[in-house]
Design a protein around this ligand. Structure first.
Ligand code: HEC
Length: 232
């Protein structure tokens, strides 16, 4: 769906043709003109959503907080390309092994080992979607940490409502305990879940740099601390 480069190139090609031929074109106000009638419905939909910013579109040219533009964010990395090709199904064993190995190499453990932090801060982070948002002013990460958005996909405790894209994590620490192996598994899942689920939809919070050591420790405390509402 997000093949931005060919799409943009296609639009630019349209524009050149139209200018050369002197056809009726719509000036979109963002650098080039397009003939809507020459587009397939799919192209038109993509154009209106991602390119036609004067019409309230997404505007992929806008600059992002981490540098680059929104368009750069839409570029898939190798892992995403491999998983998109098979619609996030199970890859063949060779591809799966390569993905898992690369994911494993990305994981960095905190000095002094995996720790549980402050579950109350972790509760807020599990809920929060703050940070690096598109279409907002830049988020002040000094004033407020980047969130984990866990609740978008997971139910975690009964005092908040969560999504069901991922498994229900209610009672996680109570049912699994806090052995070294369990804590490492949870840490790995938060840092880079592709190490266990090659084409998972869960984000790579540690590997992508969205959650730092302290935030991961706090979210893990939320999952494992006996005082946390997750383990009521
Ligand atoms: C975009 C959706 C999404 C988000 C956001 C997300 N997860 Fe997940 N998570 C999943 C999916 C899906 C799985 C199941 C693995 C699979 O099949 O891909 C999963 C699995 C897990 C597991 C393993 C569950 C088990 O059975 O042991 C843990 C732990 C976990 N997630 C924790 C978190 C935490 C903590 C956060 C927030 C920092 C988070 N997830 C955010 C989608 C998500």
């Amino acid at each position: 769906m997000f093949k931005k480069t060919p799409m943009a190139a296609g639009v630019a090609a349209f524009a050149t043709l139209l200018f050369a031929g002197g056809s009726a074109v719509a000036d979109t106000g963002n650098g080039y003109a397009v003939d809507y009638t020459a587009m397939t419905p799919h192209e038109l939909a993509e154009y209106l959503i991602f390119e036609a910013n004067d019409g309230g579109g997404f505007n992929l040219s806008q600059e992002m907080q981490e540098g680059g533009t929104a368009r750069d964010r839409m570029q898939q990395d190798e892992l995403q390309i491999a998983c998109s090709l098979i619609d996030n199904a199970d890859p063949d064993p060779e591809t799966a092994a390569a993905i898992r190995e690369a994911a494993g190499e990305s994981i960095v453990y905190p000095e002094g080992g995996i720790q549980l932090g402050d579950w109350e801060r972790g509760r807020e982070l599990a809920w929060s979607g703050f940070g690096y948002r598109v279409g907002h002013n830049y988020d002040d990460h000094d004033a407020r940490p980047v969130g984990g958005t866990c609740y978008n996909c997971h139910q975690m405790a009964t005092d908040r409502t969560g999504g069901n894209v991922g498994p229900n994590l209610t009672g996680y620490g109570k049912t699994r305990g806090t052995s070294e192996a369990v804590l490492k598994y949870a840490y790995d899942m938060i840092y880079n879940p592709h190490v266990y689920f090659p084409c998972t939809h869960m984000p790579r919070f540690g590997a992508s740099g969205f959650l730092d050591d302290e935030s991961i420790a706090d979210i893990m405390a939320y999952m494992f601390d006996p005082e946390s509402p997750v383990n009521e």
